[in-house]
Design a protein around this ligand. Structure first.
Ligand SMILES: [Zn+2]
Length: 100
C-alpha cells in the first residue's frame, strides 16, 4: 500500500501528502472509506475528480478516509487487512470502467 489515509485527509494536515501520493501513483486505485449506496465503500482510480478535487476551491476542510493501492493486485492482497471486502465495493461511476 502506498500510504495510509485511513483516518481521513485534512486541509490543514495531510492534504498535501495525499495529493502528492495521488500524483505519484496515477495508475493506482483508491478506496474511499465512506459508506455509500448499499452501505458499501467506493473504488476509484487515483486520478478521479471525486477524490482529488481541490478542497479549498470547494470550501471543504476534510475528506473521508482513503486507502491507496499501487494496482489491483495490491488491492486484492491488502484490502482485507484493513477491513475491506474487495468483492463488496461499489465501482465509481465516474472513473471505473466496467470490467476494468
Ligand atoms: Zn471515481
Amino acid at each position: 500500500m502506498i500510504d495510509d489515509f485511513k483516518n481521513g485527509v485534512r486541509l490543514d494536515g495531510n492534504e498535501d501528502a495525499y495529493q502528492a501520493a495521488l500524483r505519484d501513483h496515477q495508475d493506482g486505485l483508491v478506496i474511499s472509506l465512506l459508506k455509500q449506496a448499499e452501505a458499501k465503500f467506493t473504488l476509484h482510480t487515483a486520478d478521479c475528480k471525486a477524490i482529488c478535487f481541490d478542497l479549498k476551491e470547494n470550501r471543504c476542510k476534510r475528506r473521508s478516509g482513503k486507502l491507496l493501492f499501487r494496482n489491483r493486485e495490491e488491492l486484492f492482497e491488502l484490502a482485507a487487512a484493513h477491513g475491506v471486502n474487495v468483492s463488496d465495493l461499489n465501482d465509481c461511476k465516474q472513473c471505473i470502467k466496467s470490467g476494468a
